[in-house]
Design a protein around this ligand. Structure first.
Ligand code: SF4
Length: 503
C-alpha cells in the first residue's frame, strides 16, 4: 500500500494496519527498547540528570520567551559571517526560496543530510518536479527514500524495517541480490553515496541548534554524512525551524549533554559540527556560498499560546517516542503527519488549524505521562493531549455517544444515591454476561476493550459495602496497637528505673 493511500486513512485504520504488521511491531519494539534502556542508563550514569533537565528547560524557556530578539541576533551575526539569511513564513515560501537558489546555481543534484523540516516541506518532491535529483545521505533516510515512505521516527527514520526488508530494497537499487548482512548493506550504500557527494551541486542540511551569539549552526550526527554534505558541494542550504535557536555556546554544553543521551544513550554523537559561515580563504574545505532559511510554517501559532508554547522547547530527541507504550506498538506512520509519537500527536494539530482533521491523533495516547518523564526539557505533552481532546469536544466535534456516556457518568458520580442504584443495577445486569468473575463479551462499547483484554466483573461486595466493617476493624486494630505501644513503653521505663538497663 502506498504512503498516500495510508495517509488517507483515519488514525484508527492506520493503527489497525500497523497492529496487523508483525514485522513492523517486532522491529519497532526491538529498537525503541534498545534506545529507551540506553537513555535510562546514560541518565543514571550522568548522576544529576534531573538538575540538567531543569537547566535545559530554563534555557529553552528563556530563548522561546525572547525568540524575536535571539533570531535577530543570530541573523545579524550570520550575515556578518557571509551567510545569506532568509525568513520563510510558510512551507511554500521555504520551498520557493530553496528552488530559486537551486535554479540560480544551475543545480542538477542536491545531497541532503537528515532534516525533519525538509520532510515537513516535502522538499524532495519539489526539487524533483524541476528536474533536480535530491539524495538523502543519512542511511535511514536513504532507505525510506528508496521505499518512497516518510520517516516513522524522528531520529531512526527506518525503525519499522528489518534487515531483510532493507536488503530487498537495496538489492533493487544494486540490480543484484545483496545478503541481509549489515556490513555488506552499509558498504553498498557508502559506495553509492560517495559518487553522489562528489557530483552534488548543493548540500542541504537541517539544524539541531543555531547559536545566536556567533551566528553558527550546529549539527549532531553519527555517520559523517552531514560533514560530507557541508564540505563537498559548493553551495550549502540549511533549513532551520525558527525555534532551533539557543543564545550561546555555553548553552550548547547543556543541550549537547541532553540531546544525544536522550536520543540514543550516547554521551555524545560521533560527529558534532559547528559551522560559522561559508569557506574563508584559509579554510581547506567548505561551501563557497551558504544560505540559512529560517522557517515558521505554523510555529508562531504556538507563540503566546499558554497551552502550546512549550512545544517550541522541543529539541527533537525522540525520547518520548521510545517511552510511549502506544508508539511502541504502532510505529510512526499510524500518526499520519511528519512527526509521530507523543510529540507528533501534539505538534501536528498545533502546527495546523484544522481541528477536525488532526485532533484525532490526540486519542492515540494512554495519557500515562511516560513522555513527560522521558523528555529532557520537561515538556508536559500529556497535559497538551488532554487539552487537544477538550478542544475537539468544545468545537462540537467529539463523539456524540461518548459525550452522552460521559454526561451520564458525571451525573452518577455526582450523587451517592444514583451511584448506589447504578451499582445495584450493574450487578443485576452483569449476571447474563459474567463468566468466572470476568466479562468477555465483545458487544457494543465493550468490543474494543475486550478484543485485547478482559473486564473484571463488579464484585459481590463493593468497597462501600465493606467500609463500615473495615472502619470498625481498623479502629480495633489501632486501639490494640496503642495498647501494645503503651505497655512496651511502661516496660522500658521500669527497666530503666530498676538498674539503668540499656535499651
Ligand atoms: S518532546 Fe521532549 S522527548 Fe519528545 S522529541 Fe521533543 S524534546 Fe524529545
Amino acid at each position: 500500500m502506498s504512503m498516500s493511500e495510508v495517509n488517507k486513512m483515519s488514525v484508527k485504520q492506520r493503527s489497525r494496519l500497523a497492529l496487523n504488521n508483525d514485522f513492523l511491531r517486532s522491529a519497532v519494539k526491538f529498537t525503541t527498547e534498545r534506545l529507551r534502556s540506553g537513555k535510562q542508563q546514560a541518565a543514571a550514569d550522568h548522576g544529576h540528570w534531573d538538575t540538567w533537565r531543569e537547566r535545559g528547560r530554563q534555557i529553552r524557556l528563556h530563548t522561546i520567551t525572547n525568540l524575536d530578539y535571539y533570531l535577530n541576533v543570530f541573523a545579524e551575526n550570520a550575515r556578518a559571517n557571509g551567510v545569506h539569511v532568509h525568513f520563510a513564513d510558510t512551507a511554500e515560501e521555504a520551498v520557493t526560496l530553496s528552488l530559486q537558489i537551486a535554479e540560480r546555481k544551475g543545480a542538477k543534484s542536491v545531497v541532503k543530510s537528515k532534516s525533519m523540516v525538509s520532510e515537513e516541506l516535502h522538499l524532495n518532491k519539489a526539487l524533483e518536479s524541476i528536474g533536480i535529483e535530491a539524495v538523502e545521505t543519512d542511511l535511514g533516510e536513504y532507505i525510506i527514500q528508496l521505499a518512497d515512505e516518510a520517516p516513522s521516527h524522528i531520529i531512526i527514520p527506518a525503525i519499522h524495517k528489518n534487515r531483510h526488508q532493507i536488503a530487498e530494497l537495496l538489492s533493487k537499487e544494486a540490480g543484484k541480490t545483496l545478503p541481509p548482512d549489515t556490513s555488506v548493506l552499509a558498504g553498498f550504500v557508502r559506495n553509492k553515496l560517495r559518487e553522489k557527494f562528489l557530483d552534488a551541486d548543493i548540500g542541504m542540511t537541517g539544524c539541531n541548534f543555531a547559536i545566536a551569539e556567533t551566528g553558527s549552526i550546529v549539527l549532531f550526527e553519527n555517520e559523517g554524512n552531514a560533514r560530507m554534505v557541508t564540505t563537498l558541494p559548493k553551495t550549502q542550504i540549511t533549513l532551520m525551524g525558527m525555534e532551533r535557536i539557543i543564545p550561546s555556546w555555553s548553552d550548547l554544553e547543556v543541550m549537547a549533554t541532553l540531546l544525544p543521551r536522550s536520543a540514543t544513550g550516547q554521551k555524545l554523537t560521533v560527529y558534532m559540527s559547528g559551522i560559522t559561515g561559508p569557506r574563508r580563504e584559509q579554510d581547506g574545505d567548505g561551501p563557497e556560498e551558504m544560505h540559512v532559511i529560517i522557517i515558521d510554517n505554523g510555529r508562531s501559532l504556538q507563540l503566546g499560546d499558554p497551552e502550546f508554547q512549550e512545544l517550541l522547547h522541543c529539541i527533537r530527541c525522540g525520547a518520548c517516542l521510545n517511552a510511549c507504550p502506544v508508539y511502541r506498538q504502532i510505529g510512526g506512520h499510524a500518526y499520519g503527519g511528519t512527526y509521530s509519537g507523543p510529540i507528533g500527536a501534539v505538534l501536528t494539530p498545533a502546527l495546523k488549524k484544522n481541528v477536525a482533521e488532526w485532533d484525532d491523533i490526540a486519542n492515540a495516547s494512554s495519557l500515562c505521562g511516560a513522555c513527560y518523564e522521558a523528555c529532557p526539557v520537561k515538556i508536559p505533552l500529556h497535559d497538551m493531549l488532554v487539552y487537544l481532546r477538550r478542544r475537539k469536544v468544545e468545537a462540537g466535534l467529539g463523539n456524540k455517544a461518548e459525550g452522552a456516556a460521559m454526561k451520564g457518568f458525571a451525573s452518577v458520580m455526582g450523587s451517592s444515591r444514583k451511584y448506589r442504584r447504578a451499582i445495584r443495577l450493574g450487578k443485576l445486569g452483569q449476571k447474563l454476561i459474567v463468566r468466572d468473575g470476568e466479562i468477555r463479551t465483545k458487544i457494543g462499547p465493550l468490543k474494543g476493550w475486550n478484543s485485547y483484554r478482559v473486564t473484571p466483573s463488579l464484585p459481590k461486595e463493593s468497597f462501600r459495602d465493606r467500609w463500615p466493617t473495615l472502619e470498625q476493624e481498623m479502629s480495633q486494630r489501632l486501639h490494640k496497637m496503642d495498647a501494645e505501644v503503651e505497655s512496651r513503653l511502661k516496660q522500658i521505663l521500669n527497666e530503666r528505673k530498676e538498674g539503668g538497663k540499656k535499651i
